[in-house]
Design a protein around this ligand. Structure first.
Ligand SMILES: C[S@@+](CC[C@H](N)C(=O)[O-])C[C@H]1O[C@@H](n2cnc3c(N)ncnc32)[C@H](O)[C@@H]1O
Length: 397
């Protein structure tokens, strides 16, 4: 009956929930079942962004979908774990099973556990729906109760939200508890931890590789690759459309400092968070105009996937009144404002500039040699120059 209700709900047009509920009830489905099917179909539609075609047959809880790893990110992690020789992985806190599915597809056996019976049921339904049940054992269980003697690898993606759904930023508030999570590598050397992008580098387990992952310019997660899985101290992995690029380094190097360049790169968030700005700067022969600011300046525009490239057209006055005058004399009406190293509130500045011209412009609020600076920029996108996505919300207004 649920399957029929799901099919009937999926066949209805997206958009009018009341009309959809009436249509399902008119077709003979009880109100509770109709409501559950409509919720599930709405979650499946939303989940297509993370899971593509798989979403149409998967089962989700709202919280489980929000916390789930995107399909391509989970697939890459699973392939790396398989390539390292793992054969049987414990997925501790499996949620709706996004990583579980990816591990199984990579050929690993999986012992998936979640303290939430609802999440474990969704994970179990998902491995069945995707034809992977022969490789996966799903259990409702507290991760801290799992004996790890049968597995040769562990993956743990702790919950980073309160029961009310708010994000927690302090790892000590993670569940399972942080001490348990960081202690896993001492029990099973091939351990991977999925962590919040804001994790302090100092909290990574000693010797672990810290990886920061972005998808089309948004940093989505950090991961700690422990023991024999660590292949570099720090890694930035950028998913850009169908392409994936990776940059590695120590995370400790400082980029050389120089003048404002003809061109400036705004590095991808994964490069900045992984502390690999110096490594990125070396790939484009770049320098910083201020040792504390991650804009990379160059003499020429070099193709790079690791940052968005802009031509530096001018330096503008910092004081609002004079900045307004300069932008008005350029007939600017639509302004994209980038910022690194400035305390100015972008929206407040935009309001106080009161621009009404006809042209679009880009400015960066930043620092040059320790002093506040405003750079007038023009995005360079020619011939494969930078594939990095534009930052969300930076569109000119
Ligand atoms: C971030 S989600 C996992 C998402 C999963 N990796 C995915 O991509 O679908 C964390 C999960 O850990 C579970 N959890 C929290 N504390 C736990 C514990 N002590 N034992 C087992 N599971 C736990 C939560 O119920 C939640 O489903």
């Amino acid at each position: 009956m649920l399957e029929q209700a799901l099919q009937a709900a999926a066949a209805l047009p997206d958009g009018d929930p009341l009309a959809a509920a009436s249509a399902l009830r008119a077709a003979g489905f009880p109100p509770d079942l109709a409501a559950a099917a409509l919720t599930q179909v709405a979650l499946r539609r939303k989940a297509a962004a993370k899971f593509g075609a798989d979403a149409a047959v998967m089962h989700f809880t709202r919280a489980g979908l929000e916390q789930a790893t995107r399909g391509p990110v989970a697939a890459r992690r699973a392939a790396r774990l398989a390539a390292a020789g793992a054969t049987h992985v414990a997925d501790l806190g499996c949620g709706i099973g996004a990583d579980t599915v990816a591990f199984a597809r990579a050929g690993l056996r999986v012992h998936a556990v979640d303290a939430s019976a609802e999440a474990a049921a969704a994970a179990d339904a998902n491995v069945r729906a995707l034809g992977l049940a022969d490789r996966v054992h799903v259990e409702t269980r507290d991760a801290t109760d799992v004996a790890l003697d049968e597995v040769d690898a562990v993956f743990c993606d702790p919950a980073r939200r309160t029961s009310g759904g708010r994000r927690v930023f302090d790892p000590r508030a993670y569940s399972p508890p942080w001490d348990f999570v960081v202690g896993l590598a001492a029990r099973v050397p091939m351990t991977v931890l999925k962590l919040a992008p804001g994790i302090d580098h100092a909290l990574l387990p000693p010797g672990a590789e810290g990886e920061w992952v972005s998808v089309d310019g948004d940093v989505v997660e950090a991961a700690a690759w422990c023991g024999p899985l660590a292949t570099a101290p720090r890694r930035a992995t950028l998913f850009q459309g169908a392409e994936v690029v990776s940059l590695t380094g120590t995370g400790l190097a400082s980029a050389p400092v120089g003048p404002v360049g003809n061109f400036v790169y705004d590095p991808d968030g994964a490069v900045v968070r992984s502390h690999l700005v110096a490594e990125f700067a070396a790939t484009v022969d770049g320098t910083l105009a201020d040792p504390t600011i991650a804009y990379v300046h160059t003499a020429s525009a070099v193709p790079s996937p690791y940052g968005r490239c802009y031509q530096v057209l001018d330096q503008l006055p910092v004081a609002v009144k004079r900045l307004r005058g300069a932008l008005r004399s350029l007939d600017v009406g639509s302004l994209t404002i980038l910022k690194r190293g400035s305390a100015l509130d972008v929206e407040e500045l935009r309001r106080s500039l009161r621009l009404s011209g006809t042209r679009a412009a880009v400015i960066a609020l930043t620092r040059v040699a320790g002093a506040p600076a405003v750079l007038l920029l023009d995005r360079v996108t020619g011939a494969g120059l930078s594939t990095a996505a534009d930052p969300a919300g930076a569109a000119g207004r």
